[in-house]
Every structure is written in C-alpha cells, then in structure tokens.
Design a protein around this ligand. Structure first.
Ligand SMILES: [Ca+2]
Ligand SMILES: [Ca+2]
Length: 204
C-alpha cells in the first residue's frame, strides 16, 4: 500500500489515528503534524471547527502531495537516478545484446535509452574500469541502417556516434555499445559479443 493510501485509510477511521505509529511508518514529520492538527480540529465542538478543519485539510493535502512527489522522484532498486533516468549498470556478468536485454527485463526494465549520454559516460568512467564496454538499448537488427531504440522509436542522435561509426564492419554490427577505452561515444558492434550493460526502468 502506498503511504498516502495508508494516510487516507487512517483518516476514514479517526478513532484509529495514532501519530506516533504514523511517524514510525512514514517518517514524515510534516505529514504527521498535519494529521495531528486535523485530528485536533475534528475534536473541537461542531460550529466552531469548520474553518480550522478546512485549513488543516489543505495542510494535509499539501503534505500528501509532497510525499507523492518524493516517491515519484525515487527509482525502484536496483535502479538509481541519474538526471531524468532510472538506470542500473550491470557489472555482474557479461552477456550478448539479446541476453543483456533479457537481464534488464528480469529487473522490470529494458536496455537503456539514456536521456543524457555525457552524464552516463561520466558516471561509468568514475565507477567502472577504463576499458569496460556496455550495451545500450538500440540496434539496426530489423533493417540495416535503420537504428531504433528498444521502444521502437528512431535513434535520431547523429552526434552520439563515434567518428566513422556506425560502419557495420564485416557486415555484422547491429547493436550499440559504449566503449570507454576509446572516444566516449557510441559504436555499432557485433551483437554476439559479451559486454556489461546499462538497464533502465522506463516506468520512471
Ligand atoms: Ca548494422
Ligand atoms: Ca562499428
């Protein structure tokens, strides 16, 4: 149950409101204060309490909104926030592109479609080995030269390619990877090679 649903459930049963229990569960002082104020207002005699009650309901709504904003900004583990994206960098096992995609899907995501390639590369350079390679979520498997992200959209970022890429070397390079050893941009590479990968939770 999402925290705000818990709050709403508690508010429908005023006799059960217990500020210390809510503090323990949610650890959000502003929300607890709003609930306490509203509870106090409800206890006042009818007639004198209406305006105070409305004020406290507004206060409560604001606190719940703040809680919702906090939750919508967070990424579900193992994903972490990097700019606008919820990403997961798999450094446990190297797999080919298709199996890397399955791995990302097992976590509830897919191979990454990064919003900010520079930010991602800076992160990888700080946290991984200098010559690591990572699959991303784009390929021209369906039609040579027609680069598509895994969500089906056209990969329209010509500035993200390393100079001379994509070159479909050996007539067999249909998947995109980052190669930190070289210029920190994208390469087309044989999809059967085994690399680490960057996954993304596309629900965030
Ligand atoms: Ca190709
Ligand atoms: Ca290439």
């Amino acid at each position: 149950m999402a925290p705000w649903h818990l709050v709403v459930a508690l508010l429908t049963l005023p006799g059960l409101i217990n500020a210390s229990k809510i503090t323990e569960t949610l650890n959000t002082p502003s929300l607890v204060k709003a609930i306490s104020n509203l509870t106090e207002a409800i206890r006042q005699p009818c007639g004198s309490r209406e305006s105070t009650e409305n004020e406290h309901i507004q206060e409560l709504k604001k606190a719940i909104k703040a809680l919702e904003d906090r939750d919508s900004d967070s990424c579900k583990p193992p994903f972490f926030r990097l700019g606008n994206d919820c990403l997961y960098v798999n450094l446990l096992t190297k797999k080919n592109w298709k199996d890397s995609r399955l791995l990302c899907r097992a976590f509830g995501g897919d191979l990454a479609i990064p919003t900010d390639l520079t930010k991602l590369i800076n992160y990888l350079r700080k946290t991984t080995a200098w010559n690591d390679r990572f699959w991303l979520g784009a390929s021209d498997i369906e039609r040579e030269g027609d680069w598509r992200w895994v969500n089906g959209s056209r990969m329209n970022r010509p500035e993200w390619w390393t100079a001379g890429e994509p070159n479909n070397a050996g007539n067999g390079e249909d998947c995109i990877d980052i190669e930190l050893e070289y210029l920190p941009l994208l390469f087309d590479t044989n999809c059967e090679q085994s690399f680490y990968c960057v996954c993304q939770d596309t629900k965030h």
